[in-house]
Design a protein around this ligand. Structure first.
Ligand SMILES: [Zn+2]
Length: 207
């Protein structure tokens, strides 16, 4: 893993930056797919962990969460409105042929959520922001002191900064409002669920 901001590490993924996992202080943010569990656990060897936060209940963000929480004996925290999806492994995407295909894949191992996060909660020096749309309980983490934002999938940064694909977003209009809210924060550094970290003003230019 590498340092991307003070007290924030990005774990090494394969391919790089495609599906991101971060270590923020002693809190693991997202876990990748179920098949990433060994790679993630290996990188966390020797690291102190107190909790695991999931930005939203999609299988490429909490796929390895059950294995990691069980192996490391840490609690799972997630946005209040995504708790049920994580605890059941339910797939939260709009009805479409893609959703049909996804729903036939094995769901990520479900895991009990120990703490439902709400707007304004503090996690490892970051503030929880409720930014629904992509999923109902999607959260972002914001550190105003140095304007670092972990935005989850509110934005994608694959090539350029965009909205997430509509076919993976339960309520695109609501996500658009969450995008506006995060842009208005004027972050200096944005850390994405998908894509490389981006320095200001990337999120202000694009829509
Ligand atoms: Zn997602």
């Amino acid at each position: 893993m590498r340092v991307v901001a003070p007290d924030v590490h990005q774990l090494t993924g394969f391919p790089p930056n495609q599906i991101n996992v971060y270590l923020v202080g002693d809190v693991l943010v997202d876990s990748g797919t179920a098949s990433a569990r060994r790679r993630v656990l290996r990188q966390l060897e020797g690291a102190t962990l107190s909790a695991h936060v999931v930005t939203h209940a999609h299988p490429d963000h909490f796929g390895a969460s059950h294995a990691i929480c069980t192996t490391r004996g840490i609690p799972l925290w997630a946005g209040a409105h995504d708790v049920t999806a994580i605890e059941t492994g339910a797939m939260q995407v709009p009805a479409s042929p893609v959703a049909g295909a996804l729903s036939r894949m094995p769901p990520p191992p479900a895991h009990p959520v120990d703490r439902a996060l709400r707007e304004g909660d503090e996690v490892a020096g970051f503030t929880v922001l409720e930014v629904p749309g992509h999923t109902p309980g999607h959260i972002a983490l914001w550190r105003e002191a140095d304007r670092v934002l972990l935005c989850g999938d509110v934005f994608f940064h694959l090539g350029r900064v965009t909205k997430p694909p509509d076919f993976l977003t339960l309520d695109p209009e609501r996500n658009r409002r969450s995008m506006q809210r995060l842009r208005a924060l004027r972050p200096d550094l944005v850390l994405f669920g998908h894509g490389a970290p981006a320095r200001r003003p990337v999120t202000h230019r694009h829509r």
